[in-house]
Design a protein around this ligand. Structure first.
Ligand code: NAD
Length: 262
């Protein structure tokens, strides 16, 4: 299928590893130039080199804390200066910590809002003038928690709903500019972060890691955990010309785990 992505320029947040890295790699494989960001320089540069050597794409590694507006402004400015255009924005960052209402202070709530809600608002605000020149794609990585809140993830359950509300409204406002806005909701995706959460649980419960892993796999109707590439495949399609009529959607990639209908 010709996806029409050759020569397009994408910004991918939180992309030194995990889901963001897989997204940047997949877009680069389809012919995009990519700006990738994370807070740590050395991992980010190693990832950029890996993507360059596997795909031949131009990759800009931009150190950026997605919870800082100043960093986001610099990221978008550098991307436009380096590549001359911006077509695709993938909003992604590390997830907020696990915990219940009583666990979190004012500062921790504010950090979750900055990192997982305002990061998307701010990146979009900075990138929109560029996207409006030729049309574009905005894709927000959220969580199945927006369809089915997950116990002990109150920060994620709360702030990600803001992203979905913003994206739905924005999708209707920017459709006339040829811009689509969609959300992807990962279920259990076997990244380093998820596996370390399983490891911590195994230790807490005094059980072998493999037992916890098997339990999680068997909870998923497909019987296996997703890979970051499973999320990247949907990003590539939503970013493509073929997805021009899909906007304002919130789509889970979760092996069938979500029991809610919508
Ligand atoms: P991860 O921790 O493996 O990778 C996160 C990436 O973002 C890393 O490159 C990290 O350096 C970077 N990052 C973290 N905080 C950042 C910040 N403030 N600024 C810039 N970069 C930052 O995580 P992942 O598993 O790939 O998950 C990505 C997103 O998807 C997270 O928000 C996560 O909560 C969400 N999610 C993941 C799963 C899953 O099963 N893996 C499920 C649902 C939702």
């Amino acid at each position: 299928m010709e996806l029409g992505l050759t020569g397009k320029v994408a910004i991918v947040g939180g992309a030194s590893r995990g889901i963001g890295k897989a997204i940047a790699l997949a877009l680069a494989q389809e012919g995009c130039h990519v700006a990738i960001c994370a807070r740590g320089k050395s991992d980010l540069e190693a990832t950029a080199e890996e993507i360059r050597s596997q795909t031949g794409a131009r990759v800009l590694p931009a150190v950026c804390d997605m919870s800082s507006y100043k960093d986001i402004q610099a990221l978008v400015r550098r991307t436009a200066e380096t590549f001359g255009r911006i077509d695709i924005v993938v909003n992604n960052a590390g997830g907020p910590p696990v915990g219940t209402f009583d666990d979190f202070s004012e500062e921790e709530w504010q950090k979750a809002v900055d990192q997982n809600f305002l990061s998307a608002v701010r990146t979009i605000r900075q990138a929109l003038p560029h996207l409006r020149k030729q049309g574009g794609r905005i894709i927000n990585i959220t969580s199945v928690a927006v369809k089915q809140p997950i116990d002990s993830l109150i920060l994620s359950n709360s702030v990600r709903m803001g992203v979905v509300g913003m994206a739905k409204t924005l999708s209707r406002e920017v459709a006339k500019d040829g811009i689509t806005v969609n959300n992807i909701c990962p279920g259990n995706i076997a990244t380093q972060r998820l596996l370390s959460l399983f490891e911590a649980r195994a230790q807490r419960e005094g059980r072998p890691f493999q037992e916890v892993l098997k339990e999680e796999e068997s909870r998923t109707p497909t019987g296996f955990l997703g890979e970051p590439a499973d999320i990247a495949a949907l990003v590539v399609f939503l970013a493509s010309e073929k997805a021009r009529y899909i906007s304002g959607a919130t789509i889970q990639v979760d092996g069938g785990s979500t029991t809610a209908v919508f």
